[in-house]
Design a protein around this ligand. Structure first.
Ligand SMILES: NC(=O)c1ccc[n+]([C@@H]2O[C@H](COP(=O)([O-])OP(=O)(O)OC[C@H]3O[C@@H](n4cnc5c(N)ncnc54)[C@H](OP(=O)(O)O)[C@@H]3O)[C@@H](O)[C@H]2O)c1
Length: 359
């Protein structure tokens, strides 16, 4: 039989099986991800389950509804991870993905277990990779089973930072130092703070624009920046514990334990200390920036520093993030990655990109 005839007799290729997704979190980022799933870019990716903190849905007809997020607010089954994983299994898809668009530390503790059972995990949730070192180690051990951890959205809202860092390492390059502005809200605040208005006025405006969390202490504490620094440092080979990042937050002790409304009513207490720091910096021709820094010895620090006007971080706009990587091969000038480091659409796109990369 000729080769041509043999080819003609072969069965027609089967259409590729869909990638099945279970989405955890239907808030700002999860909602934007659902919108993307309804675009041609999603290709054969199929939603087989979706959940918020209280309810979940696995019924295909209800999952297809445009008002799924609203539906989940007061209808659907009670939350149960096992049912969500069963929906992934029942899909028959070759690629089964849990997408975590929550900030839940409790959920993140399951990432390693899901990976070990063969589910890929794509996440905007930083709580595992940026949490306790034991969790990071459990994650590395689980990855040995072959499933993939899509973490692009955890740093820089999807800017190509982690992928670049890992690629450099694969090529034998090594991170020497890392410095930058890792928070969109803190970037906006200090790019705009020139001493002409009280810091509290700028903060109220940023909150109204949705650039800060509803309780801005989540941004001002520096904890979120510290988690991103930990994720980057660990991916660069520095196995740092949470207690090894020195965090100088912006929330005075007296305002830390207050209820959100009480804190918001006392924002003016932030003004005098920051005005003094701004004036000192200005007298030396410098500006204030909330920087994350990792040095060659693995010393990690997050806090407000003054930088000269020639510093790359002095030339940021809006909610820009900036990551300056000095490596053994990028040592004369750092490799700088910069761009919008917040926002539901770019973050959801980072999640979809990681899902599509699995197909
Ligand atoms: N917003 C951004 O620009 C941005 C950028 C980069 C990364 N991120 C990260 O993305 C994640 C989500 O942020 P977001 O702004 O979308 O937050 P969000 O609007 O507060 O939404 C969080 C969602 O998670 C759900 N959730 C909480 N615990 C859950 C659980 N155990 N099971 C299932 N769902 C649960 C919440 O349910 P309920 O509705 O029932 O409370 C809510 O739907 C966070 O980790 C954040 O740091 C956000």
């Amino acid at each position: 039989m000729s080769a041509v005839l043999a080819t003609a007799a072969a069965p027609a290729a089967q259409p590729r099986m869909a990638t099945a997704v279970a989405l955890l979190g239907t808030g700002v980022v999860g909602g934007a991800f659902l919108k993307l799933l309804n675009t041609p870019a999603a290709g054969s990716v199929q939603l087989v389950a979706a959940a918020n903190s209280r309810r979940q849905e696995t019924d295909p007809a209800r999952l297809a509804a445009r008002n799924l997020r609203e539906q989940l607010r007061d209808s659907g089954e009670a939350r149960n991870d096992a049912t969500l994983l069963a929906a992934l299994d029942a899909s028959g898809a070759t690629t089964k993905v849990v997408v975590d668009a929550t900030a839940s530390a409790a959920l993140a503790t399951h990432h390693a277990e899901w990976l070990a059972h063969g589910y890929h995990v794509v996440t905007a949730n930083k709580a595992l990779a940026g949490g306790e070192l034991a969790g990071w180690r459990a994650l590395q051990a689980a990855l040995a089973h072959g499933a993939v951890y899509g973490d692009t959205a955890t740093v820089g809202a999807g800017l190509p930072v982690l992928s670049t860092l890992r690629r450099l390492r694969r090529c034998g390059d090594a991170l020497l130092t890392l410095e930058g502005v890792f928070s969109g809200s803190l970037s906006y605040l200090f790019n705009g703070y020139d001493g002409s208005r009280p810091f509290s006025a700028l903060l109220r405006e940023a909150r109204e624009l949705g650039y800060t969390e509803p309780d801005p202490r989540a941004d001002l504490s520096g904890d979120d920046v510290a988690r991103k620094l930990l994720i980057l440092a660990r991916n660069a080979g520095f196995a740092l514990g949470t207690d090894e990042v020195q965090v100088e937050g912006l929330v005075p002790e007296a305002l830390r334990a207050l209820a959100t409304d009480a804190f918001l009513a006392r924002l003016e207490e932030l003004d005098a200390p920051l005005a003094a720091r701004h004036a000192e910096a200005a007298s030396r021709g410098c500006v204030l920036r909330f920087l994350a820094r990792l040095n060659q010895r693995g010393h990690a620090r997050v806090g407000l520093v003054e930088v000269p006007l020639t510093h790359p971080a002095a030339r940021l706009y809006g909610t820009d993030n900036q990551f300056a990587l000095t490596t053994t091969r990028y040592h004369t000038q750092p490799l700088v990655i910069q761009g919008p480091g917040a926002g539901p659409e770019v973050t959801a796109q980072a999640l979809l990109g990681d899902v599509l990369a699995l197909g």
